[in-house]
Design a protein around this ligand. Sequence first.
Ligand SMILES: Cc1cc2nc3c(=O)[nH]c(=O)nc-3n(C[C@H](O)[C@H](O)[C@H](O)COP(=O)(O)O)c2cc1C
Ligand SMILES: CC(C)CC(=O)C(=O)O
Length: 358
Amino acid sequence: MSVAANPASVYDIARLARTMLPGHIWDYLNGGAGQERTLGANRAAFHRLSLVPAVLTDVSRRDLRTTLLGAEVAAPVAVAPMAYHRLAHVDAEPATVRAAGAEGLLCVVSTFASHTLEEIAAEATGPLWFQLYCLRDRGLTKDLVDRARAAGYRALVLTADAPMLGYRDRDIRTGFQLPAHVRPANLAGTTGSGATVAELNSVLVDPSVTWRDVAWLRGLSDLPVVVKGVLRAADAQRAVDHGADGVLVSNHGGRQVDGAIATMRALPAVLDAVGDRCEVYVDGGVRRGTDVLRALASGARAAFVGRPVLWGLAADGEAGVRAVLRVYSEELELTMAACGCPDVTSAGPELLAAGVDD
Ligand SMILES: Cc1cc2nc3c(=O)[nH]c(=O)nc-3n(C[C@H](O)[C@H](O)[C@H](O)COP(=O)(O)O)c2cc1C
Ligand SMILES: CC(C)CC(=O)C(=O)O
């Protein structure tokens, strides 16, 4: 059986994906800002939280299900929005959403998807949210919202941490540009070729966005709004004050600010600030089922996964993404059992101890 069919961890799939992709594409997908300190810090923050299992709690029935803004999902693991899945595999976003649907998981589709949001929604059997970059052209931004609503997306995820693309050493070195066959399909006609991803972004994305736009967005439709990229308690509070239904604690996978705080370190203050006024999720460096459990025990409602999904896609298309998602759910289930947690609500702070055992 191939590694993609029977991986022990997402790193098995990463090794395979590495062999499938040209170096400059691998670097764009996997790189971070600057010296990639925050990229590493996201992982380190998980390692610094030890699990303290409870015993003799009856885990003969295990239930990983939860709801995310009312959508029922099989496990508290979701696919983070990522641009241009076609860079990883020709089957691109349609394959990713088929895989997420087959595993009963939520998938967030990027504004910069390489297929239209309607083409992607046509493949979905599970819940979808639409990630929105607020564009310089607000008419176009509103069109995206209307299209997402009409196509059945259940929430809007406003990305707040990328008014301009971060300073990414790897992409600067390679001069990374999109190959001619990969384009932002939702924004057809707005872009030519021959620009770097950062240039393309700066032509389209509005760096003047403020909290007022969150309220504007909230008023455009009846879709709930999640603000993605929050790291400060005060910003989480502002998100709620401006009508957000959810906050995704994220540093964009270490791709925006090198030196930004690790997401698991930022999470507790955000949770304290918003209480139960909105749902709180986390992403960045979630690589194992044990990380998902740490996120739950810290108070997050779900953990979102970025790059490993693209590793799965590159390694084996839809089957590769399924294999990746299954690894998370299976490891999460066994770890919950061994930690005395029969369901996702039974993971609390008593499951965690700060510090590393070397
Ligand atoms: C290749 C790539 C493209 C991304 N594109 C987007 C995007 O279009 N919109 C967005 O909000 N976040 C984007 N992100 C950030 C992810 O949503 C997520 O925050 C991050 O990847 C999580 O960290 P992880 O990759 O360590 O799991 C992208 C990340 C990667 C790796
Ligand atoms: C096209 C970009 C906006 C995608 C992105 O957010 C990223 O590369 O991190």
